[in-house]
Design a protein around this ligand. Sequence first.
Ligand code: NAP
Length: 331
Amino acid sequence: MSRRALITGITGQDGAYLARLLLERGYEVHGMVRRSSSDRCERIAEIRDRLHLHPGDLIDQSALTRILAKCQPQEVYNLAAQTYVGASFSQPTMTAEFTALGVTRMLEAVRQVDPSIRFLQASSSEVFGGTQEDPQNEKTPFWPRSPYAVAKVYAYWITVNYRESYGLFASNAIMFNHESPWRGSEFVTRRISQGVAKIKLGLADCLELGNLDAQRDWGFAGDFVDAMWRILQADTPDDFVIATGVRHSVRAFAERAFARVGLDWEKYVRVDPARLRPVDVPSLRGDASKAQRVLGWRPTVTFEPLVDMMVDADLAALSREHSLSHREQSP
Ligand code: NAP
């Protein structure tokens, strides 16, 4: 019989990659989808008829319990969250509700319905925020610098706590930034790839960004969901840093993205002070040697091919859209 997995946040970037990976590996894949007035299933449209989708929200304890009881998964991947650092400054309590307390609700549902379920929590490198240690590993002390990061610290510890208190197989993937053509359009990498595509096609003449000096360890989402799966196949539950170990600045990302389409980034990029955060995280770089040693995980996509992949995808999508609307307008 095939194994069953439940993914919360299946409509997001990672959910879409993980669903495909689990289907390829023979899983029966269930996903929790929250109600919305518009269809948000774009990223899973192609595989939708192979998925079992259940309506539910991280704020609704009874829905989580009902979904688990109904689909009886052996593995739960808890990816759902308010994920955008910028939005967490303007909506801090909502961020805490979903990104922090939502994890407790999910763990409670697991504990009550079937404590043998293996649970993966999508933790974040933002928990390291202001740290002076470089690179960061599983022993680096946390210093969260946004309401999002504070919520992720809570989520990390409640996962550890349910493991220690109730013996759940509950693990954290402390993931550094990971991107793809399915990255949400508010995130800086996707803003850049979409902005470059628009400028190249003559649909915009500049791109406004925030802190160009911020440095991040950017990997490919497809690699990171493989790490999540490996964490739940391990002999024992544990916490793992997942990262490429290589750091680049936002400026370097923009430079590469513009170069991909033969443009000079300096002619188009403007710094918009409104995009600067109340406090920022200057630089993060992860040390994933534990994941390499214990799980045999290694990233396969490096920085330059990742940037190129995102720019190419946005250019192709926008060209299609543009020529379609052009054709519709011509007599
Ligand atoms: P994403 O694209 O923003 O997806 C977030 C998902 O959560 C969406 O499916 C969203 O549903 C769902 N969601 C939000 N609030 C919910 C609620 N109250 N109830 C149920 N579902 C809800 O995020 P991602 O990039 O795939 O990230 C996946 C996870 O990894 C997140 O927990 C994120 O914090 C964590 N993480 C990501 C990164 C990264 O670089 N991508 C790094 C570290 C950690 P809708 O489609 O309805 O909005």
